[in-house]
Design a protein around this ligand. Structure first.
Ligand SMILES: Cc1cc2nc3c(=O)[nH]c(=O)nc-3n(C[C@H](O)[C@H](O)[C@H](O)COP(=O)(O)O)c2cc1C
Length: 210
């Protein structure tokens, strides 16, 4: 990993931040692994994502969910996506066994669901009052307040380091008629987009500063 930010974070906003930084080394052992992990974490704290719940059925046919932010779209034709799931999680075992999973994009009011589904080792069964009802028997669990639900069949999976990348072929898309703001994860905490009023206020301040 390039150690550009290893000295300090200073200068990142300047026009040419690399001017006073040490040359990158080709020696992978130059940087100690602890600071490499720390830098990785610091970089990804700056990466804003929509929080999703990956849903699946457990061995007893109960609807379960796991919080994830690694989901990304892959291709529109065929419709497909990727999600990276830790091999130690129960979601990994269940999805591998059944070859199906759902991706629920969370809306800003679903922080409690994200918290519930992210606690390692905790009960991952989804509460009934969170769930949509009347789904086809072959559908994966859908959260009624989600922004969208993507019905995925595992096309293939790749074991990479601690995780597996599940390539899902999307067989169905449900869109919530209410287009609420998404629940985001940024800077190590749950977050949301600024409101129209906040945006407008900021815009006015920016105009005045120019
Ligand atoms: C915001 C957030 C995003 C997460 N994203 C992922 C992810 O993309 N993949 C993953 O495997 N775990 C992710 N996790 C951790 C899992 O939710 C957590 O380890 C999992 O619920 C543990 O499942 P288990 O109790 O079956 O072991 C994330 C956690 C949080 C709080």
């Amino acid at each position: 990993m390039h150690n550009a930010g290893a000295t300090t974070d200073r200068g990142l906003d300047r026009a040419n931040p690399t001017d006073d930084m040490p040359e990158a080394s080709d020696d992978p052992n130059e940087m100690d692994p602890a600071s490499e992990v720390q830098l990785f974490r610091q970089a990804f704290r700056r990466h804003a994502t929509t929080v999703v719940i990956v849903t699946y059925f457990d061995g007893g046919g109960r609807a379960c969910g796991m919080t994830a932010t690694s989901m990304c779209s892959l291709s529109a034709s065929p419709p497909s996506l990727l999600v990276a799931i830790n091999r130690t999680s129960r979601a990994h075992a269940e999805i591998t066994a059944r070859g199906r999973y759902g991706v629920n994009l969370l809306s800003v009011g679903q922080r409690n669901v994200a918290l519930y589904c992210s606690r390692p080792g905790s009960d991952k069964r989804l509460r009934e009052d969170w769930m949509a009802t009347g789904l086809p028997s072959d559908a994966t669990p859908r959260l009624s307040e989600a922004l969208a639900h993507l019905e995925c069949e595992v096309q293939t999976s790749y074991e990479v380091y601690s995780h597996s990348l599940f390539l899902g072929l999307i067989h169905g898309v449900w869109l919530n008629p209410r287009d609420s703001p998404p629940l985001l994860y940024h800077g190590g905490s749950y977050s949301q987009l600024e409101s129209a009023a906040e945006r407008s206020e900021r815009f006015h301040w920016e105009l005045r500063e120019d």
